[in-house]
Design a protein around this ligand. Structure first.
Ligand code: NAP
Length: 301
């Protein structure tokens, strides 16, 4: 049984980690109310009291568009916080598992060719730049046994995510509604439950992983439009008001990568578990959480 300390425990991934890890391990899960990752005193107290074997950092600034106008806050949460956690991991001899993103890449690679861990990151957004700096700070902290897991297009039953937005659009559709969804950005939709399972496999693996960066996403890839319509079909919801569009028709403050598909070959080469394909994970999500999530969305209208 390992002692695992989760930060950002109320977020999408944090909740999934708590659920999966608690079955066989001793878990302390905190969010900003219990431990602010940018506050050294708060970190030293919480982590010093528990003395974990692993710190899984799920806390982050994740509002991709808002980050463009809040760069200082994004930097504090995505760089300063992780640097403090890395220092605490060294002090208390814990392994640090830090979560990063596909948005560290600029996306300027022809689809369907995926990005590997060897490829140079070149983020085009404040969010992506701060996440890349966060990766570097934990990997460069002297003496820190850190791995960085890059995730993508996360969804879960709780918190804000793309699938809930699609349900909200569907639920408020009228006969003349047209919902344009971007169909020229490619990525790997990844269920938070699958990612939590992936992290657990890594923790429980007798060989663990060498310090470094690893891509941890559901296999396969798709566009936002196909992701949305596949989800709604699985929910038995009419998709006729959903239409594909180009990125240019849907301008956002942050310029998202066109192709941020990640290769998981490095993980597979280590004989490590690799997540199921995105459609299987999505089906499982609909079976397990579809009705609850739909009710939550209706209640929020
Ligand atoms: N969401 C995606 O599509 C996606 C894609 C690729 C990678 N990732 C990465 O995956 C990881 C998990 O993402 P997620 O979607 O689970 O994020 P999330 O749902 O936004 O959860 C992040 C959690 O961190 C908390 N937090 C914020 N500031 C904090 C602080 N100073 N100290 C402690 N906790 C704090 C947040 O609280 P509040 O809600 O109160 O702010 C929230 O509960 C992140 O590293 C993210 O960059 C996410």
């Amino acid at each position: 049984m390992a002692k695992i300390f989760i930060t950002g425990g109320n977020g999408q991934l944090g909740r999934a980690c708590k659920r999966f890890f608690s079955k066989n391990h001793q878990v302390v899960s905190t969010d900003i109310q219990e431990m602010d990752i940018t506050n050294s005193d708060s970190i030293l107290k919480a982590i010093g009291d528990f003395k974990p074997d692993y710190i899984v950092n799920c806390a982050a600034y994740t509002a991709v568009d808002r980050a463009e106008s809040e760069p200082d806050l994004a930097y504090r949460l995505n760089v300063v916080g992780p640097s403090k956690l890395a220092a605490a991991a060294v002090l208390f001899k814990a392994r640090l598992i830090h979560i990063s993103t596909d948005y560290v890449f600029d996306g300027e690679r022809q689809y369907p060719f995926p990005w590997t861990e060897e490829d140079e990151a070149n983020p085009k957004t404040v969010y992506g730049r701060t996440k890349l700096d966060g990766e570097r700070v934990v990997l460069n902290t002297f003496g820190c046994d850190a791995i960085v897991l890059r995730a993508a297009w996360l969804y879960s039953p709780t918190g804000h995510n793309f699938l809930k937005t699609m349900l909200r659009l569907a639920a408020t559709s009228t006969a003349d509604s047209v919902h344009k969804i971007v169909n020229d950005q490619y990525g790997c939709p990844t269920s938070a439950s699958e990612l939590a399972k992936q992290i657990l496999y890594i923790i429980e693996s007798p060989s663990y992983l060498d310090r470094g960066v690893y891509h941890t996403v559901c296999s396969g890839s798709t566009t936002w439009y196909h992701f949305a319509t596949r989800f709604l079909e699985l929910m038995n919801i009419d998709t006729s008001t959903f239409k594909p569009c180009a990125t240019a028709e849907f301008p956002t403050p942050a310029k998202r990568p066109r192709n941020s598909v990640l290769s998981t070959d490095k993980l597979a080469a280590k004989n490590m578990y690799v997540m199921v394909d995105w459609e299987t994970a999505l089906k499982n999500y609909v079976i397990e959480h579809g009705q609850t999530v739909y009710k939550d969305v209706l209640a929020s209208l």
